[in-house]
Design a protein around this ligand. Structure first.
Ligand SMILES: CC(C)(COP(=O)(O)OP(=O)(O)OC[C@H]1O[C@@H](n2cnc3c(N)ncnc32)[C@H](O)[C@@H]1OP(=O)(O)O)[C@@H](O)C(=O)NCCC(=O)NCCS
Length: 151
């Protein structure tokens, strides 16, 4: 799927316009995914066991999103990450909105409570906090915010 990305930030400035292609991840994307995921504890190859999509720009993978079905009509966002050099250009929001549209229904996710960038991203696509899991994460120990979206 090719999309022409053009967004206006809260400051009213128009962000760069770039053609971003969204497509299913392939084994040859794993090096880029490993680089983009940073310090996540996931083994990148595991993402291919789920629904994993990448955003590609000028032939380079700049972001990815992994999700899975947890029950009929119910899905979960497992992970989303954007190349640090390409953040705040609306790429994660496009990827997330595309994923939510692909499978209407109920969506859940967990996010570290200190990860305000991700929480704001999820809120911007309609997710709302529905709970908190105390000390859910390790290294470092931190609570999770549970968020839900219904379309
Ligand atoms: C969270 C992450 C995926 C956002 O990617 P991104 O492409 O920069 O996000 P977008 O440009 O699509 O931002 C969409 C909205 O999210 C919010 N947002 C994104 N980054 C933000 C930040 N650093 N601070 C505050 N709000 C932020 C804003 O509301 C933004 O809209 P705006 O730019 O018009 O204000 C990215 O920061 C990332 O890869 N982080 C590391 C991995 C991670 O933490 N993943 C989540 C795991 S649960």
């Amino acid at each position: 799927m090719g999309i022409f990305h053009l967004s206006t930030g809260r400051d009213g400035r128009v962000r760069s316009a770039v053609p971003v292609t969204l497509r299913p991840a392939q084994p040859h994307d794993l090096d880029a995914i490993a680089r983009i995921q940073g310090r996540s504890s996931w083994n990148p190859a595991e993402y291919l066991n789920f629904d994993c999509r990448v955003a590609e720009e000028f032939g380079a993978v700049v972001a990815f999103l992994a999700s899975r079905e947890t029950a009929p009509g119910e899905r979960e966002i497992l992970f989303i990450a954007v190349d640090p050099a390409e953040r705040r250009r609306g790429i994660a929001k496009r990827l997330l909105q595309h994923e939510l549209r692909r499978a209407p229904g109920e969506w859940f996710l967990e996010v570290r409570e200190s990860n305000l960038a991700a929480i704001r991203l999820y809120e911007s696509t309609g997710f709302r906090a529905i709970g908190r899991r105390e000390n859910y994460y390790s290294e470092p120990c931190e609570s999770a915010i549970v968020m839900r979206f219904f379309s």
